[in-house]
Write a protein that binds this ligand. Sequence first.
Ligand SMILES: [Zn+2]
Length: 660
Amino acid sequence: MKTILLSLLAAALSGLGFGQATSQPAPSVIERQPLDRWLGDWTFETTTRASPFGAGGTNVGACSVLPLLAGQGGEFRDMANGPQENLRRIEPDGFDPAHGGFFWSSFAGDAAVIDPAYTFDGPRVAMVGTLRARDKRYRLRSLVTFADDFQSFTDRREISADGVHWTLLSESRAAKVGAVLAAPDRDTPQSAPPEATSPRPGSLAPTPRTALPPLQQQWLAKAYRHEKAGWIFLHIEGEPRERGFQHGYLLAPEIAECLRVRRALWRYYTSLEWPDLLKETARFMTPRLDPENRAELLGIVDGLAAAGVPVTLDDLVAYNARFELEWYWWPEVVKKSAGGSTAVTPPRQSCSAFIATGAMTRGGGVVLGHNTMFDYAEAGCRLILDLVPARGHRLLMQTFPGMIHSGTDFFITDAGLVGAETTIGGFSGFSEWGIPEFVRMRRATQDAATIDEWCAIMQEGNNGGYANAWLLGDVNTGEIARLELGLEHSALERSRDGFFLGSNVAENLKILRRETGTNESDIRASSIARRVRWKQLMREHRGRIDVALAQQFEADHYDTYTKSERPGGRTLCGHHELDADYAPGWFNAPFDHWGTIDAKVVDTAMAKRMSFAARWGSACGRAFDAERYLEDHPQYDWLDGLLKDLPSEPWVEFTAGEKQ
Ligand SMILES: [Zn+2]
């Protein structure tokens, strides 16, 4: 029943007729012009009344209208989330020059067909048509009224069984993605009280929460954030659009800042302008988003817009894909354009991780530890995201504001899975035909109930981007695994009584020899020195590994090349900023602004209660002073305004659902 009601909404949003035959003359610009107003991405909300079709209710959805046949028509795709069901629909629509009018075709899942014709009158679109459902037939009329800027509209629907007596069926509001969905008149407070919020960046004025449409206020009532020891904890829940809105609205200042830094670093590291990058990602990445991830990203766009931060879907795709774009896709582009030159930045070596189980650990359960070695200029990943999807598994993961995957990566799920990764050092290769890594990672983590399912989702459509060695654990069975995922080769190892390590060296010979340029014996290299250190620690502490030891490991400063305590680029807790040495396989410059920016640990008991411990900033607690660093190393003066301090913070524990 909802399907019929939703199809009414679809009618409102489309209003495009379909050019039935390409041999027909193309409509004139004036005739076609009204079609343009439908093109783009929309968000909508429809409230239906009780009617012969059902009890009514509120549906929320997203739709995209793409041009067809050189502007003669449009392809209309929408999905909606309602109280009872979800709808996906594709409709061809357009202008029929033979009849000089607009019409469209819509076939709903329950065989309802509606066939309205439209007329445009300035900002208004009037529709009359027939609604047939099973054996019943109704007259349908609607009036769509656009706002002056054509960025939003309202739609009022009525039905009649006899063509004489009309009853209200539905009222809808729609807005272009990034524009604010207007509050219904009756619910708009006369003078909305200003909400106490920190100033938000961006050119638009933020919409106070109390002035948002009631539905968005209801959404926000389910979400919350607080800050602890340098971290932000954010709880979001519900349908994709809903939780995306919560994320975008509640983290708007942080997302805006992360995007500002990302755009600046992208341009500096690649020389490619951000808008030119977006043209590329719109070509080979955005079309490969699955509907749920796309809807969540569109929700973030809307939440940001409501908070006064204008951001596009393409911005968020490029931002979410930052690892695979900068480290994997771009080097391949340069390689091709330079006629085979490999003189481009290799994938960064970063992160130190281990997972152990069985006889290795105190108590025999799973223990996982991970730290992120990353660019201090982009140390924005201080978000602990507690995500409760309407379908799939609850996630608690570290991530960056505005990302729908982890990125760093560290996660636990209510399926009993824990996971982390370290990048495969010296790797090259990327396929534009594959599914983006960030899409697969999120799908795997939300959808998988077992290690096998998680790995299968990651491998399906692998694009080679962000080629990682994934360390996985199932705390229900005590099994651990390592999935090394190259582009051409992959390897899955499993154990119920052992450990797997991650320090940016491929362990699988095919990946090592055929997909990386790593010399696995050169202990001057960070990855090799750290691998040696991990093995020492595993030998020394066999049978005793627990959360406390895992915290020590991640903060370890023993350099296996110089055989001394010496925090630097070669230590598990990385400090390239302190290192004057040239490190093979690393950047060609000393004192790099790169090192450990966090540490996280979890064991079986914590994972079972959806909890893990984390430390923001260097895993050892050493603070990083941006101003002093730039004074000492003026060769990095271009980072002025981007680089931030990393203060010393304590270890703290996070639990899904915590309120403070
Ligand atoms: Zn350290």
